[in-house]
Ligand binder design. Sequence first.
Ligand SMILES: O=C(O)CCC(=O)C(=O)O
Length: 280
Amino acid sequence: MALSKEVLAQYEHDGFFFPLDILSLEEVGAVRRQLEDFEVRYQSHPVVGDGEFRTSCHLFLPFLDELTRHPVILAAVSSILGNDLLVWGTSFFTKEPRSPDYVAWHQDLHYWGLDARDEVTAWVALSQASVESGCMRFVPASHIKEVAHADQPGTDAMLSRGQELVEPVDETQAVNAPLLPGQASLHHGLTFHASLPNRSNDRRIGFAIRYIKPSMRQAGGQTGVATLVQGDDCYHHFESAPRPERVAAPESIAVWQHAMGIQKKINFLNMKVPVEGKEP
Ligand SMILES: O=C(O)CCC(=O)C(=O)O
């Protein structure tokens, strides 16, 4: 369903909105089971094993490709970006039970080398995202301008570069965004957001889907890879990714490797401190 006028106005003012009901408990359980089955079966895989798969694995996992096309998510995101939608990338943010992993305050678009701001992330909770398990936190109305970031890589920082805002955030302004399994939040790529460690006994699993308008371009002369999930792409600014037909088929993994190569280059373009093995 499209976002109501009131919700849209709230999103435009705050730069985020939650919760949206996307999957039933049974449906989200099935997605989580498929994911965890994949994690166990492929943990020693030379290419996608050991956490490497967590970025853009919708390119080789059909059940996640399906989730990026969920009609409720597409209707909500279309209310903001219009009918034509590309998925530019996806990321799993998985915090193991009682793990110290955290996400520092940051703005997504600062790092993605895109030439405009027509981007929305749908962050889908595949397990409970509570204050205890380290749900997302947002600063309302922070998406108005881009601000300076610095790289502070640390072992528990989940972002690839340990990127964080240079100026401290006024934590009293932060809004927690707790979600039940199967619910999602939406946020704009310039909204300040972060999350604290998981103090619960379950995994906190978030699947972030990055939607853009096809008119966007990858800046810096790069041609990114993106998937048309609704409407038309009359711009062809991105290489189009085919839909995966079965789990981890070699041809889909090849597409993913190609896309990851480009994405890493973009994300690490101005990298000062090398960090291996983390998500872009
Ligand atoms: O899952 C988190 O805690 C952070 C997610 C995030 O930074 C994002 O989706 O852009």
